[in-house]
Design a protein around this ligand. Structure first.
Ligand code: FPP
Length: 247
């Protein structure tokens, strides 16, 4: 199937749709606390916000959406919360397959797989395989993901290849590192969205966000809906992107 055209404008609106969007979904716990619930309710409501953002980005013609669902550092959370989060991921992968198919969305994963529960690994593999023929938006779930770990893993592969004599040290350049990242084919994010008002990158896509525009939304992730996504795209549309050059 043919890929959608990059960066489009929503008819009758001033939305500029970025080609590649990445989201740090923050504030589930704060949302739950302020509503008088336990933390997991915030993550549950966060899944609804994931569905809204995925379908709206697909509808608007985003090429690649990367969601930070579970960081390498999140393994240090209480075991119960980790278990519940992976339970939500499992349910998402089963329940949302029809939505992914209806919206022509192809699923991908970025991150280390070694520590993932077997069931999550199996469901991820299944959903990646079942959606592999979809030619619309690519949805990359960053799970057990860390930006430093991703770069370290790429460098280790390079060191192995140099030691084996299959790669010359002279050939180690930016392209050599990029091609060994978890999802080398995906375009760098044009827009990085973070919710809950925090001004941090938190080890997300460290290599890829070099020239991303950053939009911080004050709302917690469970409250991030279409209106907030459109605000982010309007904000993006106002940015002047120079990539270090003079215009
Ligand atoms: C950050 O909120 C959120 C996470 C660590 C997990 C994100 C997970 C989801 C949105 C649900 C599952 C995901 C998918 C893709 C189905 P926090 O807990 O750090 O919030 P806080 O800073 O307010 O405590």
């Amino acid at each position: 199937m043919s890929r959608r055209a990059p960066a489009s404008r929503e008819p009758g609106d001033d939305l500029i749709v970025p080609r590649s969007v990445a989201v740090i979904m923050d504030g589930n716990g704060r949302w739950a606390k302020s509503a008088g619930f336990e933390r997991i309710r915030g993550h549950e409501r966060g899944v609804d916000a994931v569905r809204t953002t995925v379908t709206e980005c697909a509808r608007l013609g985003v090429d690649t959406l990367t969601l930070y669902a579970f960081s390498e550092e999140n393994w240090a959370r209480p075991a119960r919360e980790v278990k519940l989060l992976f339970g939500l991921l499992e349910r998402f992968l089963v329940a949302e397959l029809p939505t992914l198919m209806d919206n022509d969305v192809r699923l991908l994963h970025a991150g280390r797989t070694a520590r993932l529960p077997d069931k999550v690994k199996r469901l991820l593999d299944d959903t990646i395989a079942k959606t592999a023929g979809n030619g619309g938006m690519r949805l990359c779930l960053a799970i057990s993901y860390g930006g430093r770990q991703e770069i370290a893993d790429a460098v280790r592969r390079i060191a192995d290849e140099v030691a084996a004599g299959t790669l010359s040290p002279d050939a180690v350049d930016e392209a050599a590192i990029r091609s060994r990242l978890y999802q080398p084919e995906l375009p760098d994010p044009d827009l990085l969205i973070r919710t809950a008002g925090e001004l941090r990158i938190s080890n997300f896509l460290l290599w890829q966000v070099s020239y991303a525009e950053i939009h911080v939304s004050d709302v917690c992730w469970p409250d991030f809906g279409q209106a907030q996504l459109h605000d982010a795209f309007r904000d993006y549309g106002r940015r002047v992107r120079k990539f270090g050059k003079v215009l």
